[in-house]
Design a protein around this ligand. Structure first.
Ligand code: EPU
Length: 303
């Protein structure tokens, strides 16, 4: 056994918790890409701190994966350790009045349902966003005119030395699809604050949002919107106006439902997806003079 694997097994106390050459495609909503050299799922903050410190001391790359709904893994896979916090402290969820404290691995849908059950409003927009609280914080995920920073009160984060601090929303530096602090730290959890509401009204609002989403977004596998919206504009609308919907590269296609989605309609490879992204970017640059920025995160190596 090599040093890294041996130390990871020691940390996690069970060799079955250290997966070698683990395929990442099934762990993402897009379903493309290769395997991680090592894959681990810490259940406690202490385990995560140990893994991060170990990787740092050995000079090994690591990447934190949430629920994989905004990630494209390249076909050659990931050299290093992919860490997906799951269960235990990471899935704790606690309601106190109109506040909900929850761990980074909690699914946004569950958070929305928990708020609804407790008649707490302002969480309705989360119902249809796939993914985890941690990933959503890191990219300030949003929908329906709302973003997660609208309801965050404080965040608990870990730096790459394994130290844990709780910071206010203001200290986190949120902006459109970005959180400055989480560029170099890991989200462990957050406290969200809503307002007291009426359960039926909340349910209705969630239904309205779900219907809107069903009518405008594709059902195929995807990573949601591929590009950030340029200031004051909509990337999906631009792509639509340029007639790029339906454009294909292998098994990947620009969605016919929403121009900012690329879908995996037939066993796409990451290369298919990334080639298509480039084609769309080039067309938009050439014909509109706009440089579209990626909203999804791309990890790993080409084949
Ligand atoms: N539109 C078109 N054609 C298209 C797509 C959109 O004409 O193919 C038009 C729509 O009709 C609408 C406008 O463009 O008038 C904006 O469209 P939409 O409401 O779908 O919003 P968006 O700006 O394209 C953003 C988020 C989505 C989120 C929706 C709904 C970004 C990059 N995207 O999309 O988030 O679901 O609002 O609230 O900010 C994601 O982040 O992965 C994502 C899907």
């Amino acid at each position: 056994m090599n040093e890294l694997k041996e130390k990871l097994v020691n940390l996690l106390g069970d060799s079955r918790r250290v997966l070698v050459n683990e395929p990442l495609a099934p762990k993402t909503t897009f379903g493309v890409g290769g395997a991680a050299d090592y894959f681990v799922s810490p259940r406690t903050f202490a385990e995560l701190a140990g893994i991060v410190k170990l990787c740092k001391s050995l000079g090994v790359n690591f990447h934190i994966l949430g629920r994989g709904s905004n990630t494209i893994v390249r076909d050659g896979g990931y050299r290093g350790v992919v860490i997906q916090p799951l269960g235990g402290e990471f899935e704790k969820i606690e309601v106190r009045g109109t506040e909900i404290e929850c761990g980074a691995a909690v699914r946004l849908k569950l958070l929305a349902i928990e708020a609804q059950r407790n008649a707490i409003s302002r969480f309705e927009f989360l119902e249809g966003i796939p993914g985890s609280v941690g990933g959503a914080l890191r990219m300030n995920a949003g929908a329906m005119g709302w973003q997660i920073s609208d309801i965050v009160s404080s965040l608990t984060i870990m730096n790459y030395d394994g130290e844990i601090v709780t910071i206010s929303k203001e200290q986190a530096g949120f902006s459109y699809r970005n959180c400055a602090v989480l560029k170099n730290a890991i989200a462990l959890g957050a406290v969200f604050r809503g307002v007291a509401g009426n359960r039926d009204d909340i349910t209705k609002k969630m239904e309205v949002f779900a219907n809107k989403r069903f009518a405008s977004q594709p059902k195929w596998r995807s990573a949601g919107c591929v590009f950030k919206n340029p200031p004051g504009d909509s990337a999906g609308k631009i792509i639509d106006e340029l007639g790029l919907k339906g454009l294909k590269s292998g098994g990947a296609m620009v969605s016919n439902e929403h121009g900012n989605f690329i879908v995996n309609f037939n066993k796409a490879t990451a290369k298919d997806v990334l080639d298509l992204i480039e084609k769309v970017r080039e067309e938009v640059k050439k014909r509109r003079g706009i440089e579209l920025e990626l909203e999804v995160e791309v990890i790993g190596e080409d084949l």
